[in-house]
Write a protein that binds this ligand. Structure first.
Ligand SMILES: C[S@@+](CC[C@H](N)C(=O)[O-])C[C@H]1O[C@@H](n2cnc3c(N)ncnc32)[C@H](O)[C@@H]1O
Length: 216
């Protein structure tokens, strides 16, 4: 990932964002030291934004697509009420084993349901269970972003939020070259053309599409 802002400004943003908890700091350090592709982790600033979004939307049910080692999941679960629920899904048993450990240690583990299966299967299962989600966070394989949007939006009530990560894709959206670049471009166009939502494309970290559902 190529940062959208320079190191001095990034350090300034970091310094003026509520500090992460010691547990999240430890999870970030362990991920950097021991897992493949640690740049996938949302990290301090985006984690803080996700936590605030869960809090201000008064979400009780959150769906996360892309757990990895659990940073964003834990940040969001910490803002849920004690009887709130986060369903988070991934296919990677190694990274999610780290997530499980931190979820258990956090005091928020009882809110978290980690499902190890392809996300589209999990979303279909959740739909069959009649589940609804006040906030959906999309942060998994980029070529499925449009599919995740199509499958998850019907599970979001009017007024609910969908948040999608990496939607500026290191700035490559303005001159897409490969399939992953084009998948993000297609996703952003798909959201922009969807009359069910209003949306804003934020230039936080690697870009975040924030959408609010207006109608079914
Ligand atoms: C960018 S990382 C998620 C980072 C995480 N949100 C965090 O902040 O730590 C993307 C994750 O999506 C997972 N993934 C890829 N394809 C998937 C699929 N078809 N279903 C579910 N998860 C998938 C990967 O295993 C990876 O852990």
């Amino acid at each position: 990932m190529i940062p959208l802002i320079g190191p001095d400004l990034a350090a300034y943003v970091d310094a003026h964002t509520t500090a992460e908890s010691p547990l999240l700091a430890r999870l970030r350090a362990e991920t950097q030291a021991s897992l493949a592709a640690p740049q996938m982790q949302v990290g301090h600033v985006e984690g803080a934004l996700l936590r605030i979004l869960v809090a201000i939307s008064r979400a009780r049910d959150v769906l996360e697509i892309g757990t990895y080692s659990g940073y964003s999941g834990l940040a969001m679960a910490s803002a849920l009420p004690d009887d709130g629920k986060l369903v988070t899904c991934d296919i990677d048993p190694v990274a999610t084993a780290v997530a499980r450990r931190y979820f258990a240690e956090s005091g928020h583990g009882h809110k978290i349901d980690l499902r190890l299966a392809p996300a589209l299967d999990t979303i279909a299962e959740l739909a069959a269970e009649g589940r609804r989600f006040d906030l959906v966070f999309i942060d998994a394989d980029k070529h499925n972003y449009v599919n995740y949007w199509n499958a998850a939006l019907p599970l979001v009530p009017v007024g609910g939020l969908v948040v999608a990560d990496n939607t500026l894709w290191s700035g490559k959206v303005v001159a897409p070259k490969d399939d992953k670049d084009r998948a993000i471009v297609a996703f952003n166009s798909h959201v922009a053309a969807d009359p069910r939502v209003e949306h804003v494309l934020l230039s936080v970290r690697d870009g975040i599409m924030l959408a609010r559902k207006l109608r079914d």
